[in-house]
Design a protein around this ligand. Structure first.
Ligand SMILES: CCCCCCCC/C=C\CCCCCCCCCCC/C=C/C(=O)SCCNC(=O)CCNC(=O)[C@H](O)C(C)(C)COP(=O)(O)OP(=O)(O)OC[C@H]1O[C@@H](n2cnc3c(N)ncnc32)[C@H](O)[C@@H]1OP(=O)(O)O
Ligand SMILES: Cc1cc2nc3c(=O)[nH]c(=O)nc-3n(C[C@H](O)[C@H](O)[C@H](O)COP(=O)(O)OP(=O)(O)OC[C@H]3O[C@@H](n4cnc5c(N)ncnc54)[C@H](O)[C@@H]3O)c2cc1C
Length: 670
């Protein structure tokens, strides 16, 4: 995007941009995935930024009710624009993305529609998706209950088949079976895919999905037997409070039999339960799909925080030469670089692994269509693990970026508090991160045992097949420069991950039972899972560098960022690398030395590297992260927008402040 599109004002960061040693447009293509992706993203971002309905600069000052209404307005306007402009699915998704306000439409498109696509029969898809695609109905994904979220098999809502009427009776038998959390459920959704225990012929067949109409399509009132509301305010101002996460109780609500999603299993007219030949885990397919999209969200959120902190760090000056010379840009402090540049590298690393994960998901989906279910366990492990590691790292990094921006980072106008509050729940929704890492660990333990019995692992666990070498190899690194070698880096990550997994497997085998061992060792298993996932991220970054990457200096910058990503992990998790004997203390300190050199090389490119994310000022929503770097004017201007500044003398002065001051004055005169 050209500077003029950002307002064409003085560029306080021009000096920083002049020191870049690479082609920023080429980097934009590498980041977005293709020239086409850059072009569409630019067009949609500008469409949103130039439309007054999509303003969000006073969002954190709105009451919950005002914010919710504003979300309804934006969603309706977005749909109107989508129809008027005949936007493609790709364009419409990006439009929603740049509007940047969580709302019911996210659940409708990201969960309700995919759940019906994945679990509905062709006939059911035809009926329900036709209405959903035209927004004649609004849907959500109602799985979690007050008493159970992680343990899906523990859900209590029942769907009891009544053969006398050919209906299911949907019921919440206890307080804890109340549906709790589904986005859009509180006030908006007309329909939902509701997960409930299927009971027929007196037998409980476990959790299945059912399509339910919740509200009247005439006046939006809940249908008989359904009690629905919003679950209340959430963390932070603005942020996820635009979403009406809901609570729902069902009192013997009847739905036709054909509203059970019947791709995985069916109930016949007579009430017989019949299971299809597809694995029952496909019930969890929607979650696999969404976890994959969340990795892309994490890289976006992290890149926004880093963009703000880098640009501000280049503007902000503190302390200077004793002789009264110019003050130092805080970005020049080595401590600032060692805290911030690993996040910059992580943003790129997560972006590339997210692109790969999207490919993996598409590949698995195609295989499933031809009834090849062999890659499902790996897809589950990869989506669960990457969702977990990227969202946890992103939430931590956004919080640290606030600190990196000092006091101004704590202001809502920095954009960081809202960014943190919106992304923090990604560590919990779509599966608590620890629960998901334990799923990865379970997959790893199975793979280790298969390797032990001579089976050759494939895909992201293929490295485990090299067990003879990886269990006893020593890193070849001898000089600082040796840490530039991708093969040397990959080897230590592989050895660390494998040794941690094998240690766990050996310790589990000493326990009285597999289950007890798994439970006792769960903290170690989580660490082994993290090591495996970090290896995937490092590997995919290295593989990205083997592709054709166009643009002067682009590949060189990415090589440096890949080095920073890998070496900062070695530095951070040195305990793992030392205790598993993959690197020595000396090699660890050489890695750290290399890291310092890489930070210095990235420094002149830092602002250009965040420019390559290609974010408009509207999307970034930060006085500190403005493209033109005019930070202080922006902060000053933003302050005056606060409702407290609407009057010079505040409300409450007459009732509370004046009497207090007068009283104290009187007392002092006595
Ligand atoms: C250029 C860029 C363009 C971008 C355009 C993007 C457009 C975006 C537009 C706008 C942006 C808007 C932003 C939207 C962002 C996303 C919105 C996100 C909204 C979030 C809303 C949140 C929703 C939710 O949270 S829904 C509820 C989620 N709940 C959970 O995740 C529950 C977690 N629990 C579980 O998954 C399970 O209970 C469990 C896995 C923990 C345990 O399962 P269980 O059956 O009890 O037990 P287990 O014995 O462990 O497993 C049995 C076997 O099954 C295997 N398995 C488990 N899960 C799966 C699976 N998912 N798939 C495959 N297999 C699975 C498991 O490994 C076992 O196998 P084994 O062989 O027997 O070992
Ligand atoms: C903003 C937001 C939006 C959401 N949207 C939806 C939605 O649209 N639809 C929907 O159905 N749900 C939704 N959810 C619910 C979400 O999916 C659940 O909150 C999530 O799956 C975690 O489950 P839980 O809340 O039961 O946590 P719990 O499982 O109760 O977790 C509590 C703690 O226990 C730990 N723990 C749990 N089990 C284990 C274990 N086996 N081993 C070790 N530790 C364990 C966890 O790590 C965590 O620290 C949403 C949640 C949030 C926060």
């Amino acid at each position: 995007m050209a500077a003029a599109d950002w307002g064409g004002k003085a560029d306080h960061l021009a000096g920083e941009r002049a020191t870049a040693q690479f082609d920023v447009d080429g980097m934009k293509v590498a980041w977005a995935g293709s020239r086409h992706a850059v072009e569409v993203a630019d067009r949609m971002a500008c469409l949103v930024a130039s439309d007054p309905v999509f303003r969000k600069d006073t969002r954190t000052m709105l009451s919950r009710k005002e914010l919710f209404k504003d979300t309804l307005k934006k969603a309706a306007h977005a749909w109107k624009r989508t129809v008027e402009l005949h936007l493609t699915e790709e364009e419409a998704n990006l439009l929603r993305l740049y509007i940047d306000q969580p709302g019911y439409v996210d659940l409708h498109w990201v969960m309700f529609v995919p759940a019906i696509k994945g679990q509905g029969t062709e006939e059911q898809q035809k009926k329900w998706l036709t209405m959903a695609y035209k927004f004649q109905i609004i849907g959500t994904y109602a799985q979690t209950e007050l008493g159970h979220g992680s343990n899906v098999q523990g859900l209590e809502t029942t769907a009891t088949f009544d053969p006398s009427t050919d209906e299911f009776i949907m019921h919440s038998p206890t307080l804890t079976s109340s549906k709790w959390w589904p986005g859009g459920l509180g006030k908006t959704s007309t329909h939902a895919v509701v997960y409930a225990r299927l009971i027929t012929e007196g037998k409980d067949y476990g959790i299945h999905g059912f399509i339910m109409q919740l509200r009247s399509l005439d006046d939006h009132s809940p249908l008989p037997g359904i009690t629905i509301g919003d679950i209340g305010g959430k963390f932070g101002s603005g942020a996820y409070n635009s979403m009406d996460n809901g609570v729902m109780r069902l009192d013997h609500v009847r739905i036709p039999r054909d509203q059970m999603l019947m791709r995985l299993a069916q109930v016949t007219r007579e009430g017989k339960y019949v299971h299809s030949d597809v694995p029952k885990q496909l019930l969890y397919g929607t979650m696999v799909y969404v976890r994959q999209t969340i990795v892309a969200d994490a890289s976006r959120a992290l890149s926004r925080a880093v963009c703000i902190a880098v640009r501000y760090g280049a503007i902000r000056k503190q302390f200077g030469s004793k002789a009264g010379g110019p003050e130092t840009q805080v970005l020049n402090y080595k401590t600032q670089q060692s805290r911030l540049f690993p996040f910059l590298a992580s943003a790129y690393a997560f972006r590339f692994v997210g692109q790969w994960l999207k490919w993996l998901y598409t590949d698995v989906t195609q295989k499933l269509e031809s009834k090849d279910f062999s890659t499902l366990p790996e897809a589950h492990a990869c989506t669960a693990g990457l969702k977990s590691v990227t969202t946890s790292a992103t939430a931590d990094a956004i919080e640290e970026c606030q600190k990196l921006c000092g006091g101004h980072g704590y202001l809502n106008s920095s954009g960081l508090p809202e960014l943190f509050a919106v992304n923090l729940p990604a560590c919990t929704y779509e599966g608590d991160n620890v629960v998901l890492l334990l799923q990865v660990a379970r997959f790893l333990m199975k793979t280790v045992s298969q390797v032990a019995s001579g089976k050759q692992p494939v895909g992201t666990t293929a490295y485990m097949g090299n067990i003879q070498h990886l269990m006893q190899c020593k890193s070849v690194v001898n000089t600082v420069e040796d840490w530039l070698n991708p093969a040397a880096i990959k080897e230590v990550f592989e050895a660390r991950a494998l040794r941690m997994a094998v240690n766990c497997a050996q310790n589990i085998s000493k326990a009285p039972s597999q289950e007890e061992g798994f439970s006792e060792l769960s903290p170690d298993l989580v660490e082994a899972a993290v090591a495996h996932v970090q290896l995937i991220i490092v590997t995919k970054f290295i593989e990205k560098l083997q592709e054709d990457i166009l643009g002067h200096g682009v590949k060189e910058q990415l090589q440096k960022l890949c080095g920073i990503y890998a070496l900062h992990l070695i530095h951070k998790h040195l305990g793992d690398f030392l205790s598993t004997g993959c690197v020595t203390a000396r090699q660890g300190s050489l890695a750290n030395e290399r890291l310092g050199k890489l930070y210095a090389q990235v420094r002149p490119n830092a602002v250009a590297l965040v420019d390559a994310f290609d974010y408009t000022d509207h999307y970034l929503g930060s006085a500190l992260g403005r493209y033109d770097g005019d930070v202080y004017s922006a902060l000053y201007k933003e302050a005056w927008k606060d409702p407290l500044n609407e009057t010079v003398v505040p409300d409450g002065y007459q009732e509370h402040l004046r009497p207090l001051l007068k009283q104290q004055l009187k007392l002092s005169r006595l």
